[in-house]
Design a protein around this ligand. Structure first.
Ligand SMILES: C[S@@+](CC[C@H](N)C(=O)[O-])C[C@H]1O[C@@H](n2cnc3c(N)ncnc32)[C@H](O)[C@@H]1O
Length: 397
């Protein structure tokens, strides 16, 4: 039996009352009237709105082509080649071993998408959106990895009934195994692959956490689901006073050990192999971090995990969750569509709003739950909860 959360509350949370419903029904009837389009494009003010809406719908329809143009540029290494210097179309086509006329179509498409741009002397250079791609290997790794997701989505309706049977789900062995099976299924080369991908894509997340949260009040940190240990080692280099504890499935933790050894951090670290489904979390740290971990798991597992984190912390200790989160009703939806589908294809977890995560934190006993503001919420948002210092009897509600 496959376990996927069904969030029955989402629709209610987004409903805004009967008056608004009536108004929206009226608007629907008006907007879907075929004569409205003719009126909208005949008038300069409404034309602007109609053009914008048409462009957005066109972009939705063309999204797959856009992502394949991006993938082609990535596979042909155009961003790293053009980072060295702009180049003529023929020379570039020859270097990429693509027939020039077809290659030209790719270049035109990439220029239209602002990935590349034309420079003087009929040369091609990096466009405004190509610059970050030439600079961050993590984005390129995700572009390549998304190919797996898009393969699973080839029949998008069938996908909804068997999302957990596709290549993405196979890529993440821990997402749908339980007990000893998690460790067994994680103990192969898939672990190395997913850990490397996580490490490559983690730079932005690390930057968000390190620049938004003040670690100076803590003396020891336990990073649960540490992956290759990239986050905790970057943090350790910045905050020299911190002791380090790392927890992950045994084969993954072996990879993290290597990372810490390379950065000469082993003497400050304790390594705790285990599964948070079966094992308690180690005590001794006044800060526990879950970086991109909770969203991989259903509520039942997250409840256990948060409870174990609460048990492992001393009074006053903090739990920090950092991961992409769903937008709250009424807020701009940043990466919601992508992350909802990505996590569905993984087969177990889900994207939660800060409010949903706060509720789970509160149920585990955490108090003083708050979002830590950060610069780029599309990479991750940060939510903290504190284990109260009061005796339960005197705890404020
Ligand atoms: C999406 S990765 C995130 C890794 C790292 N924190 C990052 O942001 O790059 C999730 C991590 O949780 C670990 N994990 C998954 N299930 C686990 C379990 N039951 N017990 C311990 N670790 C687990 C995985 O091995 C993996 O390293």
């Amino acid at each position: 039996m496959h376990e996927l959360d069904f969030n029955g509350g989402a629709d209610n949370a987004r409903a805004t009352g009967t008056f608004s419903d009536q108004w929206k029904s009226k608007l629907d009837r008006w907007m879907t009237n075929p004569s409205l389009y003719r009126f909208a494009i005949s008038n300069p003010i409404t034309r602007w709105f109609a053009q914008r809406r048409t462009q957005k719908i066109f972009d939705l329809m063309a999204g797959f082509v856009h992502s394949q143009v991006l993938l082609s540029c990535t596979r042909l290494k155009l961003f790293s080649i053009l980072r060295q210097s702009p180049m003529g179309m023929d020379e570039l086509a020859l270097k990429c071993n693509i027939e020039p006329a077809a290659f030209q179509r790719l270049i035109f498409a990439a220029v239209a998408l602002k990935l590349l741009e034309f420079r003087s002397g009929q040369r091609i250079g990096l466009g405004p959106l190509g610059v970050p791609l030439a600079t961050h290997d993590g984005i390129l790794a995700m572009v390549e990895h998304n190919h797996l997701l898009y393969q699973d989505l080839l029949d998008p309706v069938a996908f909804l009934n068997n999302a957990w049977d596709g290549s993405m789900a196979a890529y993440w062995p821990y997402a749908h195994a339980s007990g000893q099976d998690i460790t067994r299924r994680a103990a192969d080369d898939k672990v190395t692959r997913y850990s490397a991908l996580m490490a490559a894509s983690q730079n932005f997340v690390i930057q968000e956490i390190l620049s938004a949260y003040d670690f100076s009040e803590h003396r020891s940190i336990l990073d649960v689901g540490t992956g290759l240990g990239r986050f905790i080692s970057e943090l350790a280099l910045k905050e020299q006073h911190l002791k380090l504890q790392l927890f992950d499935l045994p084969p993954v933790l072996n990879l993290a050990k290597e990372t810490l050894a390379q950065k000469s951090l082993t003497s400050r670290a304790q390594f705790h192999p285990g599964s948070f489904v079966d094992d308690a979390l180690p005590t001794g740290s006044d800060l526990i971090t879950l970086v991109r971990v909770a969203h991989d798991h259903p509520d039942s597992v997250v409840r256990q995990l948060l409870q174990k984190a609460h048990d492992a912390l001393p009074p006053g200790g903090v739990l920090l969750i950092a991961e992409p989160m769903a937008s709250e009703p009424g807020d701009e939806a940043l990466g919601d569509a992508y992350f909802h589908y990505y996590l569905l294809a993984m087969g177990a977890g889900r994207l939660r709003t800060p409010t949903e995560l706060s509720l789970l934190l509160a149920q585990a006993g955490f108090r003083h739950i708050e979002l830590v503001p950060n610069a780029m919420p599309i990479h991750a948002r940060l939510l903290i909860g504190r284990k109260t210092q009061c005796l339960p009897l005197f705890e404020s509600k």
